[in-house]
Design a binder for this molecule. Structure first.
Ligand code: FE2
Ligand code: FE2
Length: 367
């Protein structure tokens, strides 16, 4: 894996290397019962479906600026102003810059999240008591190393713009890594972070449909991630079934905190700071403009049905999620019923409207 780092990642304020101290309890499983067939099936699938980053067409010319300009020439500039309703009208150049930076910001956070998944899942290999879960987690660790590699290569060799880790994502990864309860690592990583990523990858694929390299990368990674999320659900449903009310309440607290941190990151403050646009104006806009709001809600479309399956869509979580208008996803299929969890129809419509230059109806985002 040799590639030119034309655009090295910016170093966060915390420095090049960050240490977090957890209290990790390594568990050996001398029983080797290997009776959990769903986990073993997943392990077989993981091994059978592996791929190598070298299979990707790295010689593809990636020119997002050209792609967005072409969209603008088709009338997209007006559409952006209508659909996004920015605090002031954006000219084509500004709309282009915003688009490029939002894309780079999202991809950079994917990269950092992938590194988080690599470390968290390595921790799971140690802490989960069952051998069959250790097998699968080991397989996932290899997936995550490849995901880090691919996103890093795309960002540094191809894209030309990148961002450091958002403090909220950093905080969430820190909590996931330092909590001593092994199921909380899963809940944070496999259910929350990877559940959100799975939905975000779906969006990325649709929004960058004309860029074949990122479409190929995303398709491959999504196939892996849907297994990772299923791994979390299959494991945790066995554990949470027998958990006491007070223990479950602590998991609820965690879900609510994680939800808060993930939403913060999605307001994309660093993008506005880099562009020199006043965050006092642009962050509230990102929080409230219907399209962005709808977009953020969609990112929870994979998480909500999985929390429901795990018994974590409790009255307190429901109250929070009702306030965020996220409960409409609760009847979608969870990751065990349908590991691929296709994008919700309303999401497809929202994006089709965006891409097909039909700004008239704000659709679901207006809710
Ligand atoms: Fe991953
Ligand atoms: Fe993953």
């Amino acid at each position: 894996m040799h590639y030119p780092q034309n655009n090295p990642l910016p170093i966060p304020a915390i420095g090049e290397y960050q240490k977090v101290k957890g209290t990790l309890e390594s568990v050996f499983d001398w029983h080797y019962e290997l009776k959990r067939s769903k986990l073993l099936d997943l392990y077989e699938k993981g091994k059978a479906n592996t791929w190598n980053a070298t299979e990707l067409a790295w010689d593809t010319e990636v020119d997002i600026e050209k792609m967005v300009s072409q969209r603008q020439m088709m009338g997209g500039g007006t559409m952006i102003n209508q659909l996004l309703a920015p605090p002031r009208p954006l000219d084509d150049r500004e709309a282009l810059t915003l688009n490029l930076n939002m894309n780079a910001f999202m991809l950079s956070q994917f990269l950092h999240g992938e590194q988080g998944a690599l470390l968290a899942t390595a921790k799971i290999v140690d802490t989960v008591p069952w051998a069959e879960a250790k097998f699968y987690a080991a397989n996932q660790v290899a997936d995550e190393a490849r995901h880090v590699e691919v996103y890093h290569r795309y960002l540094t060799e191809k894209l030309g713009v990148s961002y450091e880790i958002h403090p909220s994502l950093g905080a969430l990864l820190g909590v996931i890594m330092t909590d001593s309860r092994w199921d909380v690592t899963y809940l944070g990583m496999q259910i929350m972070v990877e559940g959100l990523a799975l939905a975000a990858f779906g969006l990325q694929k649709m929004m960058m449909a004309e860029e074949p390299l990122i479409v190929d990368i995303t398709t491959r990674i999504m196939a892996d991630e849907s297994r990772h999320v299923a791994f979390g659900v299959i494991t945790l449903e066995e554990v949470y079934r027998d958990m006491s009310a007070s223990e479950l309440r602590e998991r609820e607290d965690f879900v609510m905190e994680a939800t808060h941190l993930m939403r913060e990151r999605l307001l994309m403050q660093p993008v506005f700071e880099r562009l020199g646009w006043d965050p006092e104006i642009w962050v509230p806009w990102a929080a409230n403009t219907p399209f962005m709001k709808g977009f953020r809600q969609m990112l929870f479309s994979k998480i909500v049905p999985n929390l429901k399956r795990l018994g974590l869509l409790t009255p307190r979580v429901r109250e929070m999620y009702a306030g965020l208008d996220l409960l409409r996803f609760e009847h979608m299929k969870d990751s065990v019923e349908d590991p691929d969890m296709p994008a919700p129809q309303e999401l497809v419509q929202l994006l089709m409207q965006f891409l097909a230059n039909r700004p008239g109806e704000p659709g679901v985002a207006a809710k």
